[in-house]
Design a protein around this ligand. Structure first.
Ligand SMILES: [Zn+2]
Length: 388
């Protein structure tokens, strides 16, 4: 990881670089970073600069053998330690080394924007109790007595250091206090409240500021194929948390899919509800595929779909009564509302709401989704324009 690719304040990068140049690297540093910052990337860029064979004025060279090892997260003198636990693959005696390959892949897949909840999901569920445990601490203590492989610094990066298991943490105190020469500990945390004061007092604090929304906007435009407006909206909503920004973009694409499904179903329902159903306009295959797609996404998605449908119908009623309450709708929502509002009135909407609620009831009680949704579709089509 090069400093130029790390999303943090330039002044902080300069400060870390000058510490290296002036040979004033404090041996134990605590990176305190708000959620969704690029703290792990910063720690790696810092470590890479320290180990680089031809460091430049403001970044590592990126091409020396040491930098090449960093690119693969495989430098033998850099130990990345992270919370772990028993899993389906590691049934007993978990230790971070058993998960190193998985963790490196996780880091690269997320472009160093790593989040503890995502890592817990990788381990097999967000309710997992994962820690930096006693075995991990023993590994550090043992390593510390061995010389570095390449004659330079030995660096330990403890990610999510607040998950240092309480009974294990004291093992590290002596090592933190009297490390071997040329040893650097970087502890990364979002929250110092859960850390032992004895650990805190042995580290130098490096505060990483929250990301500015402008920085997030620029990065989103680089990382995703989205419009300038969407990038700017998401950057503001993310409130300094890049991981949250990514989530928002993913949610947004799911929501866009939901809106496309609503549009397709409404258009076919309207054609079906004509006094003489316009069969040419109802593409039954398309309707079936759409319903299949909704069902295949699982119950949570089905519930979200119905909630979105109800919300749009409510906005249609408001539009019909000339209430200016749809200003919060996105441009796609507004287009759907304007296109179909005329088909809905207080009477049929209240009946359609009843149908949606019945459908929700059946979904929650594990009814057969295919039957439940097909039934819902036909009933709503019927209610849009009751036959004489
Ligand atoms: Zn280099």
């Amino acid at each position: 990881m090069l400093f130029k690719d790390v999303l943090v304040d330039e002044s902080l990068k300069k400060r870390l670089i000058s510490l290296v140049k002036e040979n004033r690297i404090s041996h134990a540093q605590l990176f305190l970073a708000p959620a969704g910052s690029h703290a792990f990337a910063l720690a790696m860029a810092y470590a890479q600069y320290i180990c680089c064979e031809h460091p430049g004025e403001d970044d590592s060279c990126g091409v020396c053998p040491s930098c090449a090892k960093f690119a693969k997260l495989s430098h033998p003198d850099v130990h990345i330690i992270f919370p772990n636990c028993t899993t389906t693959e590691v049934k007993k005696d978990p230790v971070f080394t058993k998960f190193s390959a998985k963790f490196c892949q996780f880091v690269l897949d997320h472009n160093y924007h790593i989040d503890i909840n995502d890592w817990l999901m990788e381990l097999g569920g967000e309710n997992k109790q994962a820690f930096i445990n006693t075995r991990d601490c023993s590994y550090i203590v043992n390593q510390n007595s061995i010389k570095s492989y390449e004659g330079g610094y030995k660096i330990y990066i403890l990610w999510s250091a607040d998950r240092l298991y309480r009974d294990a943490a004291p093992k590290l105190l002596k090592t933190l206090e009297e490390p071997e020469n040329k040893t650097l500990f970087i502890l990364i945390t979002e929250n110092t409240d859960k850390m032992l004061t004895t650990i805190l007092s042995r580290t130098q604090l490096v505060k990483i500021p929250k990301l500015k929304s402008e920085v997030i906007r620029q990065q989103l435009s680089k990382d995703f194929n989205i419009s300038e407006e969407d990038a700017a909206d998401v950057a503001v909503l993310a409130d300094g948390n890049y991981n949250r920004a990514i989530e928002l973009i993913n949610d947004n694409s799911e929501y866009k899919e939901t809106l496309a499904q609503i549009q397709l179903l409404l258009s076919s329902m309207l054609a079906l509800s004509q006094p003489v159903p316009n069969k040419a306009e109802v593409n039954y295959l398309e309707v079936r595929d759409c319903i299949d797609a909704i069902i295949s996404r699982g119950r949570e998605y089905q519930k979200n779909f119905l909630s979105a449908f109800i919300r749009i119908l409510r906005s249609m009623l408001m539009k019909n009564s000339h209430q200016d309450a749809i200003s919060k709708a996105s441009s796609t929502e507004s287009a759907i509302i304007s296109q179909y509002a005329k088909a809905f009135n207080l009477k049929n909407v209240s009946q359609i709401f009843d149908e949606c609620n019945k459908t929700l009831y059946h979904i929650e009680r594990n009814g057969n989704s295919s039957l439940v949704f097909t039934d819902w579709y036909l009933k709503v089509a019927e209610l849009i324009a009751p036959r004489p």
